[in-house]
Design a protein around this ligand. Sequence first.
Ligand SMILES: C[S@@+](CC[C@H](N)C(=O)[O-])C[C@H]1O[C@@H](n2cnc3c(N)ncnc32)[C@H](O)[C@@H]1O
Length: 314
Amino acid sequence: MAYHHIPVMLQEVLENLNPQAGEYFVDGTLGGAGYTMAISNLVGNYGRVLSIDLDETAIINASELIEQNKIKNIVLVSDNFRNLEAIIHKNWGVETKLDGVVLDLGLSSVQVDEAERGFSFLKTAPLSLAFNKQERLDAAYLVNNLSDKELLKIINVYGEEKFAYRIVKNIVAARRLKEIETTTELADIISASVPVALRRKKVHPATKTFQALRLAVNQELESLEDVLPQAVKLLKPGGRLAVVSFHSLEDRIVKNFFKDQVKTCVCPPEVMLCNCHHEPGAKIITKKALIPTESEAKANPRSRSAKLRVLEKI
Ligand SMILES: C[S@@+](CC[C@H](N)C(=O)[O-])C[C@H]1O[C@@H](n2cnc3c(N)ncnc32)[C@H](O)[C@@H]1O
């Protein structure tokens, strides 16, 4: 099975994590194993990489790579990265401290390209949008069962979609006649909800709604909020957390979390003079998010919206 995913900002991730022989790393989003393989190579025989993915396809692909290349220092875990602390305790023991954690959020190219996964609205497939194929509360469930208010909230907030109200109105009207079952059925309803001029634009009118439903189906923002404090807790002093995000809401969560970690004062707002003597637990390495170079963005258009932020535990 060929698993095609070009790792995004790999060079920048490696430069910032700086894996050394014998160190312990977590790749929370295995995908095509691009980061995992590179880190495994750098940490060598005495180091370890524990790599997590919700998607069985990613795990199977990486197991094959590991077997073919006789790699001994990678542990694969089929789980949600929001369970990071429990995963580390179970696999490496409760005393374990990490040298680095990396998260490369969102979808791999394989998930987009395999029509039957239902991530693409350009090909007809069951309306799933779930990373984990066993997920029952998939996009079809959401569009056919949520109230119009709930749908509006998802499409408005997660999708930042200007025409959310009209899209929801048309979804609700369509599902009264027949359940919405496929990607293209939903994409057609969305297209019919936006002004004609927008239907001919380069970006498909369904893009934002599909992204919003995907975030909701996989609870992506909630998982990110859950994993960040666990990752920092698990790091050694000097250990680093690197997060690559592709969505403004994800980036905001990362940015705000990093800001909280480096606060020098945690006094309640009503306190006029700081008396908390709080010591920040981390420092921000990337004052401004790093973005792909022009040549990477050109060679791999999917990298274009990537933002990399790095935090170091003190
Ligand atoms: C962008 S890809 C990662 C690509 C990888 N860095 C590489 O070099 O090939 C993101 C992967 O993270 C997985 N994923 C997304 N959210 C997850 C979560 N909460 N827990 C575990 N895996 C997740 C997806 O299934 C997908 O395979």
